[in-house]
Design a binder for this molecule. Structure first.
Ligand code: ZN
Length: 237
C-alpha cells in the first residue's frame, strides 16, 4: 500500500473530449484539492472534431494537438494530478468496441483506486453521443471492476435549467449528427447534488479560457460558473 496519501487519486474523471472536464467539474476538483484530495482525468478522445471557433482551418491532427495542449493547461488550473488520453475517434465513441473501452477503464480503476468517479449522466449533459457512451462505459467499468469506488458522480443538467440550456445549445454551432435527436429533459433538481463553486469561479473561467478553440467568451451559462450538478450513485462494495 502507498502510505503517501497526498499522491492517492481520490476522484477519477472519465470524459470524452478535452473541455468536458472543465465544464463538468473544474470547481468540484478545486474543492477536493482544498481538502488535499487529488483528482485525475482520463479523456477518451483528443477532440479532433472540435469546433475551430478561431477559424484557423486546422487539420484534424492539428486540432487534436491543440486540444490536448488546452486540456493540459486547464489541468494546471484545476490542479489535476495527471491527464491521460486514449485514442478513440472524436464523434465515434459510441461505435467503438465497447467491451474494449470498458476493460481499459476497469484497469484504470484497479490501478488508481479512486473513491469517486466523475463522469457523464445518461443524457450526456448535451445529448452528445460520445458523452453518453463514455458515461455508460464508466458505469459499466465500475460495476465490473474488482476495486469498487464508493460513489459514481454523474454530471447532469437540473430539470429547472434545461429550457435555458437547450436555448443556449441551439445558439452554438455544433456537429448535429453527433447529438441525440430527442429533447433533453435533465434530472429532477431534488435528485442532484449541487456543488457550490462560487469560490472557484475565477479558476473555472480561466480553465474555460484555455479551451479557446472551443469556447468564445460568454458561451457558458453563468449558472455553471457557480454550481456543478451530479446525480450520485452509491456503489455496493
Ligand atoms: Zn464533450
Amino acid at each position: 500500500m502507498n502510505h503517501k496519501t497526498s499522491s492517492k487519486i481520490y476522484a477519477l474523471g472519465i470524459v470524452a473530449h478535452p473541455d468536458d472536464e472543465t465544464f463538468l467539474f473544474a470547481g468540484t476538483c478545486l474543492k477536493f484539492k482544498e481538502k488535499r484530495l487529488n483528482t485525475a482525468v482520463i479523456c477518451a478522445t483528443k477532440g479532433e472534431k472540435g469546433a475551430d471557433r478561431l477559424n484557423r482551418n486546422l487539420t484534424k491532427k492539428q486540432m487534436a494537438t491543440e486540444r490536448m495542449a488546452e486540456l493540459k493547461k486547464a489541468a494546471k488550473i484545476m490542479e489535476l494530478s495527471f491527464v491521460k488520453f486514449y485514442n478513440y475517434k472524436d464523434g465515434g465513441l459510441g461505435d467503438a468496441d465497447q467491451p474494449g473501452l470498458v476493460s481499459k477503464l476497469v484497469k484504470e480503476l484497479e490501478t488508481f483506486q479512486p473513491e469517486i468517479v466523475l463522469t457523464f449522466g445518461k443524457e450526456g449533459i448535451s445529448g452528445h453521443n460520445d458523452h453518453i457512451a463514455i458515461g455508460r462505459a464508466a458505469l459499466a467499468a465500475v460495476r465490473k471492476s474488482k476495486f469498487k469506488p464508493k460513489e459514481i458522480w454523474l454530471a447532469s443538467m437540473p430539470a429547472s435549467k434545461i429550457k435555458n440550456f437547450n436555448a443556449n445549445l441551439a445558439k452554438r454551432k455544433v456537429h448535429h449528427s453527433h447529438f441525440r435527436k430527442q429533447i433533453l429533459k435533465g434530472v429532477a433538481d431534488n435528485k442532484l447534488l449541487k456543488i457550490n463553486i462560487k469560490k472557484f469561479r475565477k479558476e473555472k473561467e480561466a480553465a474555460i479560457r484555455t479551451h479557446k478553440s472551443q469556447y468564445l467568451p460568454g458561451m457558458i451559462m453563468d449558472n455553471f460558473l457557480t454550481q456543478e450538478y451530479f446525480e450520485v450513485v452509491k456503489i455496493k462494495p
